[in-house]
Design a protein around this ligand. Structure first.
Ligand code: PEP
Length: 229
């Protein structure tokens, strides 16, 4: 099972070094863990987890003020990227066109892409989730070999209110009809609900925000995924 930590705009270079030290001391070779750290915390060290980028601009380098391109990611050996996170879609205004350009650039370079999709509460409440997700995935090549799709309902992100296991199972089952790539769930995953989520047939892992920001909490979540319920 994959465990992806999205640290968002949290951790400094110094606090991330401590965070990484705790993960490195406690993860085993069998754990499949990636950490999407803030750029300023990137290091080129060997870790027991894979370091990923929360964002990038589809360029090698160039006149793109404030952006990070391939040249900068290469320096840290980073080739795993998040695309389509709802905070970038909603707060930063990333359009389907930009997401497609990012996807195509990442795919051309063979990067691992974690492509995030998910509906807001009003779409969910009128029963429009599946059509909404079908449209979002229609923007990319779902046959790309190094793709992972993360289902992250916006109403569950950072709210402490995860989708139920039944809802997740239904949506991941639907996504499975659209693509053969690994499917993740994200949205208020924590140590208390991970065991139930881990048992969902099509769930290949989780994308974790809040519960990953503290290294010990994140390790507890990973350990709890193995509990019998
Ligand atoms: C996220 O932002 O991808 C996320 C899943 O956040 P949280 O775990 O805090 O809901």
């Amino acid at each position: 099972m994959k465990f992806l930590a999205n640290l968002k705009c949290n951790h400094t270079r110094a606090s991330f070094a401590e965070y990484a030290k705790i993960l490195d001391a406690n993860l085993s070779a069998n754990d499949d863990v990636s950490v999407f750290a803030p750029f300023t915390a990137f290091d080129a060290k060997e870790h027991k987890f894979k370091l990923g980028a929360q964002n990038f601009y589809p360029c090698v380098s160039g006149a793109f003020t404030g952006e990070i391109g391939k040249a900068q990611l290469d320096e840290f050996g980073v080739s795993s990227v998040l695309i389509g996170h709802s905070e970038r879609r909603e707060i930063l205004g990333e359009s389907e066109r930009l997401l497609r350009a990012k996807f195509d650039f990442a795919a051309k370079n063979g990067w691992q892409i974690i492509y995030c999709v998910g509906e807001n509460l009003s779409v969910n409440e009128v029963g429009g989730t599946k059509e909404f997700l079908r449209t979002q995935l229609g923007n990319i090549d779902t046959g790309y070999a190094n793709l992972i799709v993360a289902y992250e309902p916006i109403w569950a992100i950072g709210t402490g209110k995860s989708a139920s296991a039944e809802q997740i199972a239904e949506i991941l089952g639907f996504l499975r009809t659209l693509t053969a790539v690994p499917l993740l769930y994200g949205g208020s995953v924590n140590a208390a609900n991970i065991a139930e989520i881990a048992r969902i047939r099509e769930c290949g892992g989780v994308l974790v925000g809040t519960a990953s920001w503290d290294a010990t909490n994140f390790l507890n979540l990973i350990a709890s995924s193995r509990e019998r319920i």
